[in-house]
Design a protein around this ligand. Sequence first.
Ligand SMILES: C[S@@+](CC[C@H](N)C(=O)[O-])C[C@H]1O[C@@H](n2cnc3c(N)ncnc32)[C@H](O)[C@@H]1O
Length: 265
Amino acid sequence: MELKRGLVDYINSELFGRLEGACNIQHLVAASLVDYFQKTSGVTGSIGEIGVRDGKLIFGMSFFLESFERCAAIDLFESQHLNVDMSGFKPESHGNPFELHHKSFLPSERWSIVDGDSLGLTLLDKFNLLNECDSFRMFSIDGGHDPEHVINDMNFVNDLMCSGGVLMIDDYYNIGFPGVHEGLLTYLKSLPKWKPFMYSHNKLFLCTHTYHPIYSVLLEKYVVGNSEYLVQDWYTRKKVRLGGNSFRNVEWSRSGIGMLMTASK
Ligand SMILES: C[S@@+](CC[C@H](N)C(=O)[O-])C[C@H]1O[C@@H](n2cnc3c(N)ncnc32)[C@H](O)[C@@H]1O
C-alpha cells in the first residue's frame, strides 16, 4: 500500500500544519489502509464525518474518493454555544477554516454539509444524505463526546453505511472523554452488529460482524511483519518519518483488534 500522492502533499503542506483538530498523520495512514482494503475488496461509497472542526481529517480522507463518491461533513461549526462537552471547542475568533478551505479539496457539488447539532438530526437529514451521497464506506464519529452523543451518532450513521463500511470512533480510550467508551458499549449492547478490528492512535475502527474476518485477514496480511512497507514514502520509496516517529510494531489483542503503534526511534 502506498499513500496517495495528493495525501502526501497535503500532509507536507503548510495548511496541514496550520489546521487545528484531532487528526494526525498516523490517523491518515490507518485510514489509508482501510481505503486500500476497501478498494481491493470492491467496497465503494461516500466518506463522512460528524465533528469535522477545521476539516483536518476529512480533507485528508477526501483523497481516497473516486470521482463518483462524495464527502459529507456534519458539525456545529460556528454554533459553539451548543458544544456542551466542549470537545474541539473553538472561540468565535477561530472563524471557520473548514468553510474557507473545503472547496480546494473537492468541488462544492461533491460536498454534503450539515451545519447543526447532531442530536437534532432527523430522518429527513438521513434521507437527504442517502439521496445525495448514496451509502457510505467510511464514517468518522468525532462530534459530541458524551454517551448521549455517541449513541445518537452511531444510530444515525448506522443506517447510512454500505456493506463493508468502516466506522472510526475517536477518543475511545481518552480518559478525558469517558463518555465515548460508555456510549459505544451501550450502543453495541443494543446493536451488536459492529465489531472493532483495529485501534490506532486514539481511534477505534469497526466493521460489521460479517466483514470482521475479511478486515482482520487483510490487516494481518499487509501490516503484520510488513511495517516498513506501510510507511514507504510515495516519492522517495524510503521510509516515511512520521514527525520523529515511525511505525515499529503491530500487536494483536486477543479480541482480534490490530493495534498500530508508533515509537520514537
Ligand atoms: C474534536 S473536534 C473534531 C476534530 C476533527 N475530527 C479533526 O480530525 O480535526 C469535535 C468537533 O465536534 C463538534 N461537535 C461537538 N458537539 C457536536 C454536536 N452535538 N453536533 C455536531 N458537532 C458537534 C465540535 O464543533 C468540534 O468541531
